[in-house]
Write a protein that binds this ligand. Structure first.
Ligand SMILES: Cc1cc2nc3c(=O)[nH]c(=O)nc-3n(C[C@H](O)[C@H](O)[C@H](O)COP(=O)(O)OP(=O)(O)OC[C@H]3O[C@@H](n4cnc5c(N)ncnc54)[C@H](O)[C@@H]3O)c2cc1C
Length: 410
């Protein structure tokens, strides 16, 4: 371990921050660890917020990360409801709620926040979904009898909210500006399969059309409330609840003037180091993934966990001991009774081949390949096959090797 690292501060008390703290202790760090988070809640998990928690199928205690005993065992200086407001890397000081404090090592895990629809601030019935408070607000609106939901953006969060709302009996219209929902992530062909899944569950999916205006009416004499949206093709859709799932912005504003390089995330080297004694992890981190020779920022659960672990270790290692962080990205999404998983990546020019199962039955694995290289595997209700494919991707299997492997499945 580098000399003199006695006090490590983690900013962001969520998934990456929690795993970083856990790793420091597991790897024997005995110094002080401050875990600072601007939310009022102890660390919790976000995936259930658009799925079982939103549906009302699980309660608050089921989304906590760890439990009270585990947290206590980590012996943290846990500071909730406090915000990092500035950083001076050269002086080794962090500013928390405008008061400067020293650190020896710093882990930046401030994640990301939702983009919002312009002009909708304070409009009742308009929501985004990032925090448990956001989920509570949408859940409360559904409990109170909301009937018609518009989901803006057919990305994974929007699609999960649509699926949960359908399960709760709401009429859902999902609006996506791109021609194919999920097209950017899965490619047009597989995006169309997911579109079919939603339509077959009764979602009115409008693609290739944006929202021009959020329509509002009076809200019981105080303020305004959403009553619908006007789309770019002139059509109007009525609703009493709107959820915007239009992407996120990394939380880096507080790092202005810190001395760190910020470019759509905290820029790190291959080992997750942003500056001597400063690392970043999770949705906020942009690092060079040596596996692909590319700078990337990944917004998935598994990445936040693995990078939290890696970044914490990096802080305890010397430059000579440091290892590059080279994951194959992986995520899952639950929509209706389908589990969608993507291991690796896609590419607009990739060959797309169904290697097992049936697209029409919404149970299959598709491989993506380009230039003889195996790029990624998309699965619907085929978790075992996707995880086996992830193993192949980690071994840098060729396209032919991957196809030969999958040929044994049927
Ligand atoms: C509703 C939802 C469903 C999801 N479902 C899936 C899924 O099914 N599969 C999947 O792979 N991924 C899923 N994800 C993504 C996954 O949850 C994220 O990738 C993960 O939460 C990222 O963790 P993080 O710790 O990097 O950032 P975050 O979870 O965003 O946490 C960052 C924390 O830092 C705090 N913070 C920000 N700025 C400051 C500051 N200046 N000072 C102090 N604290 C600060 C934030 O308030 C937040 O608490 C989902 C995300 C959401 C929102």
């Amino acid at each position: 371990m580098p000399q003199g690292r006695e006090r490590i501060t983690i900013v962001g008390a969520s998934l990456a921050g929690y795993w970083a703290a856990e790793t420091l202790r597991r790897d024997g760090f005995e110094g002080a660890i401050s875990l600072i988070g601007d939310e009022a809640h102890e660390p919790y998990d976000r995936p259930p917020l658009s799925k079982k928690y939103l549906a009302g199928d699980v309660e608050r205690d089921r989304v906590d990360l760890g439990n009270a005993e585990k947290l206590a065992a980590l012996d943290l200086d846990l500071r909730l409801g406090q915000r990092a407001t500035g950083l001076d890397v050269a002086a080794r000081t962090l500013e928390v709620d405008r008061v400067a404090e020293p650190f020896d090592g710093l882990i930046i895990a401030t994640g990301a926040r939702c983009r919002t629809l312009p002009g909708t601030d304070g409009v009742a019935g308009v929501h985004t979904l990032r925090t448990v408070d956001d989920a509570d607000a949408v859940r409360t609106a559904m409990d109170a009898g909301a009937r018609r939901m518009v989901v803006v953006g057919a990305g994974f969060i929007g699609a999960e909210v649509a699926s949960t709302a359908v399960g709760r009996g709401l009429a859902v219209t999902m609006v996506e500006a791109l021609e194919a929902p999920f097209g950017r992530v899965l490619g047009v062909e597989m995006g169309a399969v997911l579109a079919d899944v939603h339509r077959s569950h009764g979602v009115d999916l409008r693609t290739g059309v944006g929202v021009d205006e959020v329509l509002t009416g009076p809200d019981g004499g105080v303020g305004t409330r959403v009553v619908g949206v006007r789309l770019a093709d002139g059509s109007e859709v009525a609703c009493d609840l709107l959820v915007a799932g239009i992407g996120v912005i990394p939380n880096v504003d507080w790092l202005e003037g810190s001395g760190l390089e910020v470019a759509d995330g905290v820029v790190c080297d291959e080992t997750c180091l942003a500056a001597p004694g400063v690392v970043a992890a999770g949705d906020v981190a942009r690092w060079t993934n040596a596996r692909y020779g590319e700078s990337m920022r990944v917004e998935h659960w598994d990445n936040a966990v693995q990078q939290g672990v890696h970044a914490a270790r990096r802080l305890l290692q010397s430059d000579e001991e440091a290892q590059p962080f080279t994951p194959v990205p992986w995520f899952w999404s639950d929509q209706y009774d389908r589990k969608v998983q993507l291991a690796g990546r896609t590419h607009p020019d990739a060959e797309v081949r169904v290697v097992t199962g049936s697209v029409d039955e919404h149970r299959f694995v598709t491989y993506y390949g380009l230039g003889g290289r195996f790029l990624g595997a998309l699965g619907m209700n085929r978790p075992r096959h996707v995880m086996q494919s992830k193993g192949l991707l980690e071994q840098d299997a060729s396209w032919d090797e991957a196809l030969a492997f999958a040929a044994d499945w049927d």
